[in-house]
Design a protein. Structure first.
Length: 595
């Protein structure tokens, strides 16, 4: 690409109910990049969204500072032109959306939009670049029809958004060589997209899929609509800082970028949906919490995430905290070393990796050795809600009160019980358990690196030999997908729904390599993905949850509030869900203090 900045299904109604019930956001770990209805035959549709709600797609505004009669709103300007945010760097940095997955595409979201948007308060799916969509039974099987919004312009005069851009976006995300975690999904499930006309497209699905709507929406990320004309003219944006990303339609557009440092956007003129308060938005990549705090105090940053001790320090100094509206962010750690011999629930045995994690007693012992209360108090100020089983909570299908009742006896802090379990598994002072841990920050919440180091000390207290290291993302991606980790524990931090979370981490469905794979849960997931009956879906989710709980598939820690610290002299409020993978979304909704 030239180094210049570019010029300025019929599925029954039940499938839609299931999609709405299951949708939340995508899953990813430390580096995985991972209504009425009529049911009938061909051409009979079930309309999911029939009303154009473009006027409500933006955040419901929080009350702004009071204005005097001499200061009409139209004449007021933000106290600064550029609002600056700072977060830990994404594990994969880049301008090509096909190479950055659901957990890392937040860095580009200000400039892109989706066919289906998400409400910043409720996280519900709402119209975006599509005004309505409907599931159908097509001549070849299930399909979904989208009616596109007319008159939407791509940034910098790259033309009007049409069906051709949807087809091109899907081609871009399906083509070989893409590094995002859902490549196989897009190739296999959404195998063909056709244009009926300039403003109507049909996605043909290889099977009923309960996660389809969330998968292509803003909720998960991965189908950022790009300009076909711009991509055809300039090619792939390979070199960060030189090649501009392919044009989108978001309320901010790309301005400049420095690799490893920041990305800057500017307000899109005459945007069809929403005009941000700030003319410019900068996202800085700062891994060290102390450096982010210092930048906040020095007025170099106006919004950032901080671990609890730094957060309290900032609050004491007059800074404010804003909280995401939907609690789905979670902290956990994953075992890596138990993998099925075949993908997609097609096998009946595990790889012979020699992993200590093949023994469930080891996984339980490492859970029982950690003090969750101390971790919660130290790193989250006691705000974390204890996670009993990864992927599920009381608000989701499949919840089982048994997991609460038995949690303390199976997972509760008890070093003696942990030591006894290791002894049963054959470990001793002369033959200690040896594990590896990856120590690295996560952008989704602050303090992940400190948390895993704290857990390492708990494990050392029961005689475990812990090797610490930090690897670059490219190395981790390659090693993980080649199943090279046999005794590693790594922190995860993401939101998820109960389709994506278990599929990515604890089944053999691609993308793989991120956690303990369980044969039985893989087979259940194969059924769950295609289940259209909510009663059956609930039962299958409970069965999977029972396996996850009893098999100690991970180290569940906490469901967390998504919190950001703001400079109240610059930012009046921020409305965002806090539950979307990557956490830091809807940055166009940051409200300015006016002058």
């Amino acid at each position: 690409m030239n180094a210049r900045r570019f010029p300025r299904l019929m599925l029954p109604l039940i499938v839609l109910l299931i999609a709405a019930m299951l949708m939340a956001v995508a899953c990813g770990g430390d580096d995985d990049d991972d209504g009425g209805s009529t049911s009938g035959t061909t051409s009979t549709t079930t309309t999911t969204t029939t009303t154009d709600t473009s006027t409500t797609a933006a955040a419901a505004p929080t009350a702004e500072p009071a204005m005097t009669a001499e200061e009409p709103a139209a004449m007021m300007e933000p106290v600064v032109d550029r609002v600056v945010t700072a977060f830990e760097a994404p594990s994969t940095e880049g301008n090509e959306t096909r190479h950055i997955g659901q957990t890392t595409v937040w860095q580009m979201k200000p400039m892109y939009e989706y066919l289906i948007d998400s409400d910043p308060i409720t996280d519900e799916m709402i119209p975006g670049l599509a005004t309505e969509w409907a599931a159908e039974e097509g001549p070849e099987g299930p399909q979904v029809r989208f009616h596109l919004r007319e008159g939407v312009q791509f940034h910098d005069d790259w033309g009007e958004f049409t069906a051709a851009d949807v087809l091109h976006t899907m081609w871009n995300h399906q083509r070989e060589g893409g590094l995002h975690g859902e490549l196989v999904y897009f190739q296999d499930v959404t195998y063909e997209t056709i244009a009926e006309n300039d403003y109507e497209v049909v996605f043909k699905l290889s099977r009923p899929d309960s996660n389809f709507f969330a998968q292509i929406s803003r909720l998960q990320g991965g189908v950022e609509i790009i300009s076909k004309a711009h991509h055809d003219a300039e090619g792939d944006p390979v070199v960060i800082g030189e090649d501009a990303p392919i044009a989108g339609t978001g309320s901010y557009q790309y301005l400049e970028r420095a690799q490893g440092q920041n990305i800057v956007f500017e307000r899109t003129p005459d945007h069809w949906r929403f005009t941000p308060d700030f003319p410019e938005l900068e996202i800085k990549f700062i891994n060290e919490a102390s450096t982010r705090l210092a930048a906040l105090f020095n007025d170099e940053v106006h919004l950032t995430n901080l671990p609890e001790d730094n957060l309290q320090q900032a609050v004491a100094d007059g800074y404010a905290v804003v909280v995401g509206h939907v609690q789905a962010l979670r902290a956990f750690a994953q075992f890596r070393g138990q993998y099925e011999n075949e993908a997609s629930a097609l096998g009946d045995s595990y790889m012979d990796t020699g992993s200590p994690f093949l023994d469930v007693r080891v996984r339980q012992a490492l859970n029982r050795a950690i003090n969750r209360t101390e971790i919660n108090d130290a790193f989250f100020g006691g705000k974390g809600e204890v996670m009993r089983v990864n992927h599920l909570n009381p608000g989701r299908p499949g919840w089982n009160q048994r997991w609460v009742d038995e949690f303390e006896s199976k997972y509760g802090f008890d070093p003696d019980a942990a030591s006894a379990l290791l002894a049963e598994a054959g470990y001793s002072a002369s033959n200690p358990l040896e594990i590896d841990i990856n120590v690295a920050p996560l952008s989704r919440y602050a303090g992940a690196d400190d948390i895993i180091e704290t857990m390492a000390n708990y494990w050392r207290d029961i005689g475990v030999v812990v090797n610490q290291y930090t690897e670059d993302t490219a190395t981790r991606r390659a090693r993980g997908r080649n199943f090279e980790y046999t005794r590693e524990i790594a922190m995860g931090g993401t939101s998820s729904n109960i389709t994506i979370g278990p599929k990515v981490y604890n089944t053999s469905f691609p993308p793989r390599g991120g956690g303990v794979e369980i044969l039985e849960s893989s087979k259940l997931m194969g059924e769950f993905i295609q289940t259209l009956d909510p009663v059956k879906a609930d039962a299958l989710a409970r069965e999977m949850g029972d396996i996850f709980f009893d098999e100690f598939i991970s180290i569940p820690l906490f469901w967390l509030p998504a919190e950001a610290v703001i400079n109240p002299e610059v930012i009046a409020a921020h409305t965002w869900p806090g539950s979307i993978t990557g956490t830091w979304t809807h940055l166009e909704n940051i409200e300015a203090v006016k002058k």
